[in-house]
Design a protein around this ligand. Structure first.
Ligand code: 8ID
Ligand code: ZN
Length: 351
């Protein structure tokens, strides 16, 4: 096709700087890479963390183009690429590339690859019209799937689907989703429901109460109003013993210090949200005597990605999302850090 030499992008010129909407050159794919004409990209809280530089994982370049939930069309490919066709619909994820050869890549834990390259962190991401990714790591999107609607699956969906699998929760059991009204949380409510789990949603405000109920949560605990979150979460289960699993997708430290107290004996706490400078806390006696498991979960591998997309393709996953022009990214960030987003914002790259 006709690939231009200049394109529109949302650029952070330096750490912490507000986003500038401007023209930059279109990159050229290396031998094992593809060039993707991004149509839509979701905005993940991770993009804010990377721009602000508040994590141990720092962006390795500024000016930086963020974004790692991009859906688009392959328009060029390197000489070594055989399996991805020009014109194919693909997703560019957080894992932009990995070595494919280390012990972790060999075991399909490529997110643990010591040489993993992340979109919008080590290389420019999906907040631009043309983005590069390693061909082996792009997610395949069936052509009948709406690209705006699928884009939030490419990080939020994959991550919570993987986290729910890691939780070990079985159909009929209950999972508490902490941060249920946000991007990952809304996805988690829908994937949990599709996987046969019962959901307790935890977040703040009546908008998120209504939204999570619509998505399929059976109960809601408002952390901003509750006098005792631990007691209220346990009371939301029929026998009062608490949820079998907890998925922590909130961006604040407090819930990471409560979950081990309300999870059911033999239950599992899965940490996914990444509030800056936060620590986990759990009472040793109760963790031991109640046989609680606490674990982390980090995005998903290529198989998790394909499975998460397939749930979506079959119509099982619907989360509220709003499409706004790429030029409005900074406004989206401002809403995000105030906790005012219910569901996901999706950027339209051509506006
Ligand atoms: O692979 C991973 N582990 C991974 C992948 C993708 C994203 C981790 N993340 C991380 C992000 O970097 C971010 O730290 O997950 C976190 C959530 O990302 P998000 O869903 O994109 O953020 P959001 O849309 O802003 O939602 C956060 C929600 O948490 C609620 C907020 O009200 C909001 O709805 N929340 C907060 I802040 N404090 C809470 C509390 N104490 C809370 N909910 C319940 N209890
Ligand atoms: Zn993300």
């Amino acid at each position: 096709g006709n690939v231009p030499t200049q394109q529109w992008a949302a650029v952070a010129e330096s750490e912490g700087a507000p986003i500038k909407y401007k023209q930059i050159p279109v990159p050229k794919p290396g031998p094992d890479e593809v060039l993707v004409n991004i149509k839509y990209s979701g905005v993940c809280h991770t993009d804010w963390h990377m721009k602000q530089g508040d994590w141990p994982l720092k962006a390795s370049k500024f000016p930086l183009v963020g974004g790692h939930e991009g859906a688009g069309v392959v328009v060029a490919r390197g000489a070594l690429v055989k399996d991805v066709e020009i014109g194919e619909h693909v997703g560019v994820k957080w894992i932009n590339g990995s070595c494919l050869d280390c012990q972790f890549c060999q075991a399909s834990d490529e997110q643990l690859c010591q040489k993993a390259i992340c979109s919008g962190a080590h290389v420019d991401g999906t907040f631009q019209q043309y983005c590069i990714a390693q061909a082996a790591h792009v997610a395949r999107i069936p052509k009948d799937v709406d690209m705006a609607a699928i884009s939030p699956v490419l990080c939020a969906g994959i991550t919570v689907y993987k986290g729910l699998k890691e939780s070990g929760a079985k159909p009929g059991q209950t999972v508490a989703i902490v941060g249920a009204g946000g991007g990952l949380g809304s996805m988690a409510v829908q994937y949990a429901k599709a996987m046969g789990l019962r959901v307790i949603a935890i977040d703040a405000g009546d908008d998120k109460r209504e939204a999570t109920k619509k998505l399929g949560a059976e109960s809601f605990v408002d952390f901003s109003k509750s006098k005792d979150v631990v007691a209220d979460v346990q009371a939301a289960t029929e026998d009062g013993l608490g949820p079998h699993a907890v998925l922590l997708v909130a961006v604040s430290e407090r819930p990471f210090q409560q979950a081990a107290e309300y999870v059911r004996p033999k239950g599992t706490v899965v940490c996914i949200g990444l509030p800056a400078d936060a620590y986990l806390k759990a009472p040793v006696f109760q963790t031991v005597a109640r046989m609680v498991t606490i674990r982390g979960s980090y995005v998903g591998n290529r198989r998790d990605s394909a499975e998460a997309i397939d749930f979506f393709r079959r119509g099982l996953i619907q989360i509220p999302y709003k499409v706004v022009p790429l030029s409005e990214l900074e406004d989206v960030y401002q809403k995000m850090i105030k906790g005012q987003i219910s569901g996901r914002y999706v950027l339209d790259m051509d506006k």
